[in-house]
Ligand binder design. Structure first.
Ligand SMILES: NC(=O)c1ccc[n+]([C@@H]2O[C@H](COP(=O)([O-])OP(=O)(O)OC[C@H]3O[C@@H](n4cnc5c(N)ncnc54)[C@H](OP(=O)(O)O)[C@@H]3O)[C@@H](O)[C@H]2O)c1
Length: 329
């Protein structure tokens, strides 16, 4: 038996026949990767990518055993500084935040802005950074709040809901597209001016250039939805492509780009460069700080994660699930 400290973690393993099992267990800190900075994790969160890692998807998780969790917030063990880590290789393919300790390269570590608790940081997490990058791309494209309606697809999910809230906070007229008919009131409370069924995005979107509806869009669905969004944008629109829950292949012609000046902005939050990341986290803690996030937050322990993972896999998850590893600072 090892005499190094034991920690609680959610571990994904495979037996000799390749059968994957996943769940909470105890590991020792000497099993953690040999990296520069050890962080005592207070809160982590659940993102779509984590559901793939938890299922043992090797393209996400890399080699097994694996600890998922692309987000973590806590304190540096060596000096007590308050930090957060999202993306880079955390949880995919490196060992991630669903553990009481992580070890990561120094350049992955972001100082938590003053006043942003570990819990509040994880209410945002990768979903919040992604929403912030999408909103920044829309603003860089000169789309203004009075340019017209901004579509957000997958609006009750993590990225979608935080995009709705952030765009509304900045004065945009947000149209939320959802498959959940019972969540319209919640979407309005989070800032949506109008709610449409997700099928409506696909309607009247035939032909290389269909009716010009959206001044901008944040899309987490991909596939046919993103294809339709590109065809139904107004001149000079920005479409921020964030996700793939509905498919990876898109069908497009060059016409929206050449005849309407549409910008397709790819969002890669995992690879967001350090200085831009720091700037966006500072904004999220200050001028872009969002109210009402407790309404869309579920707190779970490692033992309760499987239920939330199942909901997200089925497309039934709402808002943000944050994972408690220790008491908050
Ligand atoms: N590019 C990046 O840096 C980045 C960062 C984070 C996440 N992502 C990606 O963004 C996507 C969303 O991530 P998330 O963490 O927000 O996940 P999430 O919380 O599960 O949200 C996804 C939402 O999409 C909708 N949806 C689910 N299945 C669908 C389907 N088959 N067709 C149409 N809509 C569907 C649902 O919303 P409604 O019921 O309201 O329609 C669901 O709540 C994922 O593909 C993820 O990999 C990308």
């Amino acid at each position: 038996m090892s005499d190094t400290p034991s920690i609680n973690a959610y571990l994904v393993t495979a037996d000799k026949d390749g059968h994957v099992t996943a769940g909470p267990t105890t590991i020792t800190t000497d099993q953690l990767p040999d990296q520069d900075i050890e962080i005592a994790v207070e809160w982590s969160s659940l993102n779509f990518k984590d559901t793939l890692a938890a299922a043992g998807n090797r393209r996400v998780a890399g080699d097994l055993p694996h600890v998922p969790g692309i987000d973590a917030a806590g304190t540096v063990v060596a000096d007590g500084s308050k930090v957060l880590v999202t993306g880079y290789g955390l949880g995919a393919p490196g060992w991630g935040g669903w553990a009481e300790r992580i070890r990561v390269p120094a350049n992955w570590v972001c100082v938590r802005p003053e006043g942003l608790s570990a819990r509040a940081a994880m209410q945002l997490g990768t979903a919040g950074l992604t929403a912030a990058m999408a909103v920044e791309a829309i603003a860089l494209g000169q789309v203004e709040p009075d340019s017209g309606p901004v579509l957000v697809t997958g609006a009750t999910g993590g990225v979608g809901l935080l995009s709705v809230a952030l765009l509304s906070h900045l004065g945009f007229q947000v149209v939320a597209s959802t498959g959940k008919a019972d969540q319209h009131e919640m979407l309005k409370r989070m800032g949506a001016a109008e709610i449409i069924d997700r099928d409506e995005v696909l309607r009247d979107a035939d032909g290389p250039l269909a009716s010009a509806r959206w001044a901008a869009a944040v899309d987490v669905v991909g596939g046919d939805t993103l294809s339709a969004v590109i065809r139904t944008t107004r001149p000079q629109a920005v479409v921020a492509a964030c996700g793939l829950v509905g498919g990876v292949d898109i069908t497009a012609t060059v016409y929206p780009f050449l005849l309407r000046g549409v910008t397709l902005a790819g969002i890669d939050s995992a690879g967001c460069p350090g200085p831009r990341r720091t700037e966006l986290w500072n904004r999220l803690a200050d001028a872009w700080a969002l109210e009402g996030l407790d309404e869309i937050t579920q707190e779970v322990s490692l033992d309760q994660l499987d239920t939330s993972i199942a909901l997200m896999r089925n497309g039934d998850h709402i808002g943000r699930t944050i994972v408690r590893l220790a008491d908050d600072d």
